[in-house]
Design a protein around this ligand. Structure first.
Ligand code: LIP
Length: 265
């Protein structure tokens, strides 16, 4: 049996509680889809409700910690070291469209460093969790990044910049390079789960630009604790500030960075 720290237990319990409501709301979205009524308002209220649950649960356990929330923005706290970085539903577009691939993402930062992360997929009851120095897990199973060492064998996850997002021309170049050099590319629609999949060895790597801190905060800890690497496109650790992420197993991260750099020219 794994022994988890009290703080990780708090994060997991909060994610589970928010996840229960989300599963019920997702069932409603599926009905709305069929009836062709607008789902967006319903989903934004589901998002707000989930965030409220998470905020309540996390602040009950650690009253002084600050927050960075997708919906609620910055909430300051008496504790100047700790900050929760929370996305109630990562993969909102999937949720709106009745696609069952989305997650609750909770990261904990201490003095500017991500120290714990939980990515919870409520539909499949998959709890990805990690704490600095204690490893990464999916439910009870220890996670380890994949051992594949060649790009030609690699499956990569990515995110495609949609209407109104910058970086589309860069992305097309990166995509062409990845198409030519790898075994396959997947666009799942949740950055938090993309990072969890790298940690679980399901994908060898993942890259995306233009992300928000709450999309990636928890996933960064998962990848690192599973033995992988995460950086921005230059190899630096500015992911939360820049919104650029390149994650990979220990053999392929450097090769991925080189591939993307060359593609961008
Ligand atoms: C989403 C990310 C996804 C990205 C989307 C969006 P949201 O987060 O997880 O990978 O491609 O544009 O940012 O909006 O569902 O929390």
């Amino acid at each position: 049996m794994i022994v988890r720290s009290p703080i990780l237990n708090v994060m997991m319990a909060a994610a589970r509680k928010a996840g229960r409501g989300m599963v019920r709301d997702f069932g409603e979205v599926e009905k709305l889809q069929v009836s062709k009524k607008g789902t967006s308002d319903f989903v934004s209220s589901a998002d707000i409700k989930a965030e409220k649950t998470l905020r309540q649960e996390l602040s009950k356990a650690r009253p002084g910690f600050a927050f960075l929330l997708e919906e609620g923005g910055v909430v300051t706290g008496d504790d100047k070291s700790h900050r929760w970085i929370v996305d109630p539903i990562d993969g909102t577009t999937n949720f709106i469209h009745g696609i069952p691939h989305f997650a609750v993402s909770i990261g904990l930062e201490r003095d500017g460093e991500m120290i714990a992360g939980v990515v919870y997929e409520p539909i499949s009851d998959s709890m990805f969790h990690a704490e600095k120095g204690a490893g990464a897990f999916l439910n009870e199973w220890r996670l380890r990044v994949s051992a594949r060492r060649d790009l030609s064998e690699a499956v990569l996850a990515t995110g495609i910049p949609h209407r109104g997002r910058p970086g589309q021309q860069h992305f097309v170049k990166e995509l062409v390079a990845a198409m030519e050099q790898t075994a396959g590319i997947r666009r799942f629609g949740s950055a938090a789960l993309d990072l969890a999949y790298v940690a679980a060895g399901r994908c060898e790597g993942y890259w995306e630009s233009g992300l928000k801190p709450w999309d990636i905060a928890a996933g960064i800890v998962l990848v690192k604790e599973a033995g992988g690497y995460v950086s921005d496109f230059t190899g630096r650790a500015s992911m939360l500030e820049s919104g650029d992420v390149v994650a990979g197993n220990d053999k392929l991260h450097v090769k991925l960075l080189a591939m993307l750099r060359e593609a961008r020219g």
